[in-house]
Design a protein around this ligand. Sequence first.
Ligand SMILES: [Zn+2]
Length: 77
Amino acid sequence: MGRPAQAGIEQERMSDFGKCDRCNQALIEIDHYGERLVGCIECNRWSWRGSQRLLLELPDDDIDALKERVRRAQRTG
Ligand SMILES: [Zn+2]
């Protein structure tokens, strides 16, 4: 609580989205060029908030950048 939010990642809410049915990682919410997406960073499967299915794949470059951001967020958290 009281921590500044990481840009693009709302870590406080990471656990609200359930877990990936493939790898059991917690789903996270990201800001992808202004779109709010929820999904699994390990499997690279994403969907819009409120949608039950993970439909989207993001480009490898985007995933790499996201993983880096998540890693940094976890380290400082
Ligand atoms: Zn997964």
